[in-house]
Design a protein around this ligand. Structure first.
Ligand SMILES: *Cc1c(COP(=O)(O)O)cnc(C)c1O
Length: 391
């Protein structure tokens, strides 16, 4: 097999971890829709015993993802939250976690309504400055959990800076890389210990699968990850693994278009007189633009904005008038989506906490897809025209 680990991203996306089917030569990894594997004698098998533990289709995907994230070991789960659940299960009662505060709502819920009941304590902080993180570290701190860019206000956390702090204090450092994807940002290269993905989003890319993943480099950490994956059993199925393997083959192409369309739309929004703030790390006046430029290849297709006057009804008018942008939860698919975080993805975060992190009542989040950008801007124009009449 060629040494794809030495090749560039697009080549890895298509080939890493994948080989022609040994039985038939099929170029696409077959969907090994099987729970078990026949043994020739007791303990004499071909490496596969039971599909919760190991399945050839999932195995190919896990290897592919590990290569894309510049890691050695990948593990896939039934959802992004199941992947996060695996990381938290590496901790023990009494441990403390420091996390970004404008977190994906489901992650916040998992931390505060599940794992807090198991004796794990969570601290939430903006992480704009490394000192904010350092101030919360004590001898019980076991994990730092970071999203960057954050959801939905696109704050940027300095991955290298936090990883140096984590190393100095012997703390596990995990990055939720869902928004950026390994095409734009590879946290393991910047010193993180664990990368997490909601594959449901850009990696799957076609809004047809719910799945999650972890990638690590360290062998002991990998053993722990696979032990929990197998023991808790929150694995994904072979059909879904196949769909994601197929989706990833165009990840680099899709991301290029997401970024191009995202940049055009971010600038269009910024020049709109109804809008108060546009959140997108590509703007030179974004407070962490320089760090974004260092740690990301480009700025992605996620953009949020809010309205002058912060009128929720006017925000509803816009999201409900859009036609090409579909009103839906989720992000990262080829089709453009729009959402109202305060009443959708972030509804489970208490209002004071939510407002503090910048998720205002008129905040609208766009997942810019890969359609022709003129059509997307045309759609925004007609929706804003309706909102002007309304106001
Ligand atoms: C969607 C999402 C998750 C959760 O993933 P699921 O696949 O929905 O379980 C976690 N983090 C981020 C940033 C997400 O967007």
């Amino acid at each position: 097999m060629a040494d794809y680990d030495k090749m560039s991203f697009g080549t890895k996306a298509i080939h890493a971890g994948v080989q022609a089917d040994p039985a038939t030569g099929a170029i696409m990894t077959p969907i090994y829709q099987t729970s078990t594997y026949v043994q020739e004698g007791v303990g004499n098998h071909k490496g596969y015993e039971y599909s919760r533990t190991l399945n050839p289709t999932r195995d190919a995907l896990e290897k592919n993802l590990a290569a894309l994230e510049s890691g050695k070991h990948g593990a896939c789960f039934g959802s992004g939250l199941a992947a996060i659940d695996c990381v938290l299960k590496m901790l023990k009662p009494g441990d403390e976690v420091i996390s970004t505060n404008d977190l994906y709502g489901g992650t916040y819920r998992l931390f505060t309504t599940i794992f807090s009941h198991y004796g794990i304590k969570f601290h939430f902080t903006p992480m704009g400055e490394i000192d904010d993180v350092e101030a919360l570290i004590n001898e019980k701190t076991a994990l730092i959990w970071v999203e960057t860019p954050t959801n939905p206000t696109m704050k940027i956390v300095d991955i290298k800076g936090v990883s140096e702090l984590a190393k100095k204090n012997d703390i596990l450092f995990a990055v939720d890389n869902t928004f950026a994807t390994p095409y734009l940002q590879r946290p393991l290269e910047l010193g993180a210990d664990i990368v997490m993905h909601s594959i449901t989003k850009y990696l799957g890319g076609h809004s047809d699968v719910v799945m999650g993943a972890l990638v690590v480099n360290d062998t002991a950490l990998a053993d722990e990850m696979y032990r929990i994956q197998n023991s808790s059993g929150a694995v994904c199925g072979p059909m879904d693994s196949f769909l994601v393997l197929r989706g990833i083959k165009t990840l680099h192409l899709r991301m290029q278009r997401h970024c191009e369309n995202g940049a055009r739309i971010a600038h269009w929004l910024k020049s709109n007189s109804l809008i108060q703030n546009v959140y997108w790390p590509g703007f030179e006046d974004h407070p962490k633009h320089e760090i974004a430029k260092q740690q990301m290849k480009d700025f992605g297709g996620m953009i949020s904005f809010d309205l002058k006057g912060d009128d929720q009804a006017q925000a509803y008018q816009i999201v409900e008038s859009l036609k090409v942008f579909k009103l839906a939860e989720s992000l990262g698919g080829v089709e453009s989506l729009v959402g109202h975080p305060a009443s959708m993805t972030h509804a489970s975060i208490p209002e004071p906490e939510r407002l503090k992190s910048g998720v205002s009542n008129s905040l609208i989040r766009l997942s810019v897809g890969v359609e022709d950008c003129d059509d997307l801007i045309g759609d925004l124009e007609q929706a804003f025209a309706k909102a002007v009449q309304y106001a």
